[in-house]
Structure formats: C-alpha cells, structure tokens
Design a protein around this ligand. Structure first.
Ligand code: G3I
Length: 305
C-alpha cells in the first residue's frame, strides 16, 4: 500500500503518531495525519494535569476532540497516560500517602470509565523505573505510597474498562542488557505469574546518542512477548538524518514485523518541527511536510520487509 497506516494494516498492525490537538487546525499537519496514520496518541491532552486540573473536576474537551477526530476517520486511539510521576496537577504533586493513593486510583477509574470502548490501549503506568544501573523503581510521590501502586493502578483500569489493552510504558527499556529493561521484564513476569491484569508493554524508543537503537532490540521485543503480552513501540523517534537515520528506522520496523506480538508502531510527532526535542530532525517528515528518506525506508519495510 502507499501509506504508513494502510501498509501496516496489511501486516496486521497499526502505524500511529502522537498528536497535539491544537495542531488539528493546521491544514498541512492534518492532511498528513489523516492520510498516513491509523492510530493516534494524545501528546499531552490525556495526561493527569490536562484531564483533572482540580481534584475531581475533569476536563475532557481537548481529549474528546482528538478521540472524535480519530474515530470518525477509523483511527485507533492509544491512551497516554493514567498514572505518572510527571505532569501531575499541582494539587496532586502536593499529596502523599493514602490520600494520594486514593486520588490516583480515582483518576484511573474516572478516566478509563469516560473513555471506555474508545481507547484500544492505555498506558496505565508510565516511567516508573529509575535510569542507570540497579533496576530500582523511580522515587516519586506515587512510589512512596507503596511498591504495589503499579498493580493497584492496573487493577483499577481493568475494572473500569475490561476490554482495553493495559500497558506498562517506559523509555531506556530497549536494550536487552540494560538493568532497567531487566527490571521491567521481571515486573511483567511477576504480574503475569500472579494474575495482575497486564496486556502489553510499551517501549517508547526515543533513540539518540545516549540511548541508541540497540542491535538486540528484536531480542527485547521477543523476550517481552514470550511472557504473554503484546509489545508496542509507543513513542518512536530517532536522532540523525539521511541514510543513517533511514536505515535505523528500517531496522526498527523489521524488528517489529519479526515479532508476532509486536502489534504496532507510534512515532512521537509528524514533522521534525513538531518534535518535543528542541533541536534535531528525529521524525519522518521535514518541517515543510515533505517525506524524508526515513519515511521511504519505513514504507518499504512495511511493504517488503
Ligand atoms: O501548554 C503549555 C502552554 O500553555 C505554555 O505556554 C507552555 C510554556 O512552556 O507550556 C505548554 O505546556 C508544555 C506542553 O508540552 C505542551 O506544549 C509543557 O510546558 C511541556 O512540558 C510539555 O512537554 C511535553 C512533555 O512530554 C512533558 O513531560 C511534550 O510536549 C511531550 O512530547 C512529552 O512527551 C513525553 C511522553 O509523555 C512520555 N515519554 C517521553 C516523552 C518525551 O518527553
């Protein structure tokens, strides 16, 4: 096929992008979005601070705009993210202990209920492990409520929307030899053993010089999949340009296609100028909306790889 989404669909997968809702009125942006992608993730509009700016006062307007844009065009929606140490509203940042635990679980329940049947997969918990060696949990107000906060969030999400795929999502979990990857692997293994409802693992896959695409990436994908979960590449971007960047994108796509339970790929933005990275050219379209060599590599891998 001739677009990313249609080509991925022929391989039984989706190809998505992060969307900034305020850019839907940018015609060049919306044209590429609607032509190329069959899955969307809100870049910021489904985060805790966006949806619950005051405690128990939910504001779904921007998120609902994206969901309706997507559903009217047969795009799937990935939900991002129900529980996270970052982008908490001020009222939550100042909470701790049982009050915070209850507020977090209430947020998970309310939001997953609001979007029930509309979100295919949720990043239930995002970035709960620390960087560096040791594989420890990241310190945060949520972690300080007790080590079981992650499974509590998954159980609440499962109760609110039993049909959504429930994912654990993180970065620097791409290299199979890194302690952080192994720590997440052990948590997922433990959840599967004990029947905690987890369906998928999201590998953000923000690749740059400090965290490059690893040659063992396919091993990471297949190892998680072997635990009985889907794997999704959830926030892909790759620093660089030209042929080198295109080759890395091709490798990532081929690795996903080689693993039956790698169900889809999301890039973290459309044009280089849409990227969260202040500088660099990590995406598939240039600032003018032209297809880059990386785009051609991804499309051809989806069709031939
Ligand atoms: O909306 C406000 C605007 O009103 C204000 O004028 C402006 C001034 O700074 O800030 C705007 O909010 C910013 C928001 O993006 C929307 O542009 C926030 O400051 C900024 O922190 C926020 O950055 C987002 C970042 O997550 C926050 O953690 C990025 O757009 C988003 O791409 C990035 O995405 C994360 C994933 O959620 C998790 N994985 C890593 C990934 C990249 O960092």
């Amino acid at each position: 096929a001739t677009t990313l989404g249609a080509s991925a669909a022929e391989r039984g997968r989706y190809f998505g992008t992060a969307v900034a809702v305020n850019k839907l009125s940018d015609t060049a942006y919306a044209t590429i979005l609607n032509r190329e992608f069959n899955s969307v993730t809100a870049e910021n509009e489904m985060k805790i601070d966006a949806l619950e700016p005051s405690q128990n006062q939910f504001n779904y307007a921007n998120a609902d705009r994206l969901v309706s844009h997507a559903r009217s065009r047969n795009m799937q929606v990935r939900g991002h993210t129900l529980a996270w140490h970052s982008q908490q509203p001020g009222w939550m940042q100042n909470m701790s202990g049982t009050a915070l635990r209850s507020a977090m679980l209430n947020h998970v329940t309310q939001v997953a209920t609001h979007f029930r049947g509309q979100v295919v997969a949720w990043d239930v918990v995002n970035e709960a492990f620390a960087d560096g060696n040791g594989g420890a949990r990241r310190d945060s107000n949520l972690q300080r409520t007790g080590n079981d906060w992650i499974e509590a969030a998954f159980r609440a999400a499962d109760a609110a929307d039993p049909n959504a795929k429930l994912c654990y999502n993180d970065y620097n979990t791409d290299n199979w030899t890194w302690d952080k990857t192994q720590a997440v692997y052990r948590m997922v293994q433990d959840f599967k053993t004990r029947g905690v409802p987890i369906d998928c693992v999201g590998l953000q896959s923000h690749f740059n010089s400090g965290s490059p695409y690893p040659s063992n990436y396919r091993t990471t994908l297949s190892s998680f999949a072997a635990l009985g979960v889907d794997v999704q590449i959830t926030e892909l971007d790759i620093e660089g340009s030209g042929t080198t960047q295109a080759n890395t994108y091709r490798n990532v796509v081929n690795d996903c296609l080689a693993v039956a339970r790698c169900t889809g790929i999301t890039v973290w933005g459309i044009r280089d100028t849409d990227s969260w990275r202040a500088s660099g050219t990590p995406l598939l379209f240039d600032g003018s909306g032209n297809k880059k060599p990386a785009y051609d590599a991804v499309l051809s891998a989806l069709n031939n790889g």
